[in-house]
Each structure stands twice: as structure tokens, then as C-alpha cells.
Design a protein around this ligand. Structure first.
Ligand code: RUB
Length: 335
């Protein structure tokens, strides 16, 4: 039986060269563009969209050549991988969908299609149920009257806060606006529509608010969790973690299984996505000014109280053991 590295070598490189004559269905190209242009965003949604797009691609294949179909799917995977570099959820969503489907032993197109669709359904269902489980564990860390702060728009952090609001009285939340894309606007609206007492603040007010408003805990999401416990998340996360540590406020990262990366040892190996200047300001209004727009940053394990997974909270320093157990149990093969 081939290892994942032998079957999907492109996962481990940035060689995402697609077979020249591959033509993808319109819906697939729309998903690719949607992720690249951030209409589909957030690590979890990106992973599920990519997985579903591959399942649809498998269903769309009209030929009868097994190897041709495999190449078609792997070309689709390469295109998806090229959209956004930081969130490992994208890579893992693809891995769980294509590597989870049994290529070995399956030699006809119909069985392969069924296997890819099944693996995608499995992944999407697990990824959604992980959100519920994390919300349950995370909300259990709060009580009546708790005040929390969150950054960016993480579906897991939002679910955790909303669940705490269902369980307890007097939950208050602060959501940073999250420049330059203002994903915090989405968070504030989502929390408000769940009935949470929420205030939106500018990013640079985070430390002051934590101190003056008696924030009890910070909850954020994750795009990539490295083996040494470093967490890549929306830029600004690491400063909030530092401030939280300085103030003695617990800093929790909500991370489902597929946000962990068995092959990224530490933060220095994370590719941090840089986006265009126009997301910060109109460059034409600033002659002679250069812009730099990294959209993620790296929070070291030492500044993280714990990572809340669907299996419960783990110390960031203990990530490597968790990943080895989880990935071999869930995937049933060596990564
Ligand atoms: C979103 C972001 C989120 C994580 C986790 O960045 O950093 O905190 O992706 O999200 P972007 P979730 O908007 O650039 O994709 O918990 O929903 O998976």
C-alpha cells in the first residue's frame, strides 16, 4: 500500500503545477476563486468547501479511466492548494478527502467516486461536530458574568461564546474589528444575533479593554497549529496573547483536529500569507510609502493557556503527542 507521500507528493511541496489540458467544471473554479478572493474564508469553511468541491469533481468525472480520474482529482487538489498558503485546514481537508478515499485496491471509477464522496462526507461531518464539542468544552471554562474577548472571525470561538451565553447569565463579549479585512464585523453581528451582549473595539484597544473591562478569558481560532504548539491565526492574535499573559488572563485557542499539522515542526516553517497594499490603504494616496500586509501571525506555545480540541483541552506544549495519537487513530495510516 502506498504512503500518502507517495500518492500525494504535491501536498508536501509547493509544486502545484496542474496538467495543462485539465479543464474544471465552472462550479469547481468558482470555489477556487471564492477561496482565493476570500468570499469563502475562515479555516474551517475553507477546508469543508475544498473537500466538497473535490467530491463534486469526483462526481463530475464522466470518463471510465481510473488513472485519468485520479489525475483529474489531484490536479483539482493542487489548484485548491494554491489559493491560500497559511491555513493547514485546506491541506488537511484535501488530505482527509483524497487520502481517506481508497485508491489502493479500488480499480474502477464508480467505486473510487463513491469512496471520495464518502470521505468528504465523513470529513465535513467530523469537522462540524468538532465545533460543537469544542463549544461545549470551551463554554465550560466560563460562568455567570464572564467577559470574553475574541479576535477575527472564528466559527469555533463564536460558537463557544454563543453557547456560554445560552448556559450562563451576564456573558459579555468584546470583538476586535480585525483590520484590514474587518472580519470582526462578522463576529460582532453573529454574536449579537445569538443574543450575546457584544461590543466591537478597534484592534489596538485590546489590552486596555482586557484590563479595564475585566476580561476573564480570550478565545480565538486557529489556521495552523504546529507540532511545537505555535499557533498561526489572524494577524494581531500574538499581541493579544502577550497582553493576556501580562494581565494573567487565560488565552484559549479553539482548534479542531484538522487545524493541526503533523509536518510543520515550528512557526518558522509556516508560510505567512501576505496580501495586497490596497487592503490597508490606497497606495496612490501615499507616494513614496511602501506597504507590508501579512495577514497571519504566530503565537508561541508559551503564551497559550491551552488549545481546546474536540477531545478536550491540551497544553500547547503537548501538541506533538496529541497529533500523533489523533492522526493515526483518525486516519488509520502514517502521515
Ligand atoms: C480567519 C482566521 C480565523 C481562523 C479560524 O482568517 O484567522 O481565526 O481561520 O476560523 P481569514 P474557524 O478570514 O483570513 O480566512 O474557527 O472558523 O475555522
Amino acid at each position: 500500500m502506498k504512503t500518502i507521500k507517495e500518492r500525494m507528493p504535491y501536498i508536501y511541496t509547493s509544486d502545484w503545477h496542474v496538467t495543462k489540458e485539465t479543464v474544471f467544471p465552472k462550479a469547481f473554479s468558482e470555489t477556487v476563486d471564492g477561496i482565493r478572493e476570500m468570499r469563502i474564508r475562515g479555516a474551517g469553511r475553507i477546508a469543508r468547501s475544498a473537500s466538497k468541491a473535490l467530491a463534486a469533481l469526483a462526481e463530475s468525472y464522466g470518463g471510465s479511466d481510473f488513472s485519468e480520474m485520479a489525475e483529474f482529482l489531484h490536479d483539482g487538489a493542487k489548484l485548491l492548494l494554491s489559493t491560500r498558503p497559511t491555513a493547514v485546514s485546506l491541506k488537511n481537508g484535501i488530505l482527509f478527502t483524497l487520502a481517506g478515499a481508497k485508491e489502493d485496491g479500488v480499480k474502477n471509477v464508480g467505486d473510487y467516486r463513491k469512496s471520495v464522496v464518502g470521505a468528504s462526507e465523513w470529513f465535513c461531518e467530523k469537522s462540524v461536530s468538532a465545533i460543537d464539542a469544542i463549544a461545549k468544552h470551551g463554554s465550560g471554562l466560563l460562568c455567570d458574568g464572564s467577559t470574553v474577548l475574541t479576535h477575527c472571525n472564528s466559527s469555533v470561538a463564536v460558537s463557544t461564546i454563543a453557547r456560554a451565553n445560552e448556559m450562563y447569565d451576564g456573558i459579555r463579549a468584546f470583538a476586535t474589528e480585525t483590520r484590514p479585512w474587518n472580519q470582526g464585523h462578522i463576529t460582532a453581528r453573529e454574536l449579537a444575533s445569538s443574543g450575546v451582549d457584544v461590543n466591537m473595539i478597534v484592534d489596538s484597544a485590546a489590552r486596555h479593554i482586557m484590563e479595564r473591562e475585566g476580561v476573564d478569558a480570550v478565545f480565538v481560532g486557529a489556521d495552523t497549529i504546529c507540532m511545537d504548539g505555535t499557533v498561526a491565526n489572524k494577524v494581531g492574535t500574538s499581541q493579544i496573547a502577550l497582553a493576556a499573559m501580562d494581565l494573567g488572563i487565560p488565552f484559549y485557542v479553539c482548534g479542531e483536529f484538522y487545524k493541526f499539522s503533523p509536518d510543520i515542526k515550528s512557526g518558522s516553517y509556516v508560510v505567512v500569507e501576505e496580501r495586497g497594499a490596497s487592503e490597508i490603504a490606497d497606495p496612490f494616496k501615499f507616494p513614496g510609502v511602501k506597504f507590508k500586509n501579512p495577514v497571519f501571525d504566530l503565537t508561541p506555545a508559551r503564551n497559550i493557556t491551552s488549545i481546546i480540541t474536540e477531545d478536550g483541552a491540551i497544553r500547547a506544549e503537548k501538541v506533538a503527542g496529541f497529533v500523533k495519537r489523533k492522526f493515526s487513530r483518525v486516519m488509520g495510516f502514517e502521515m
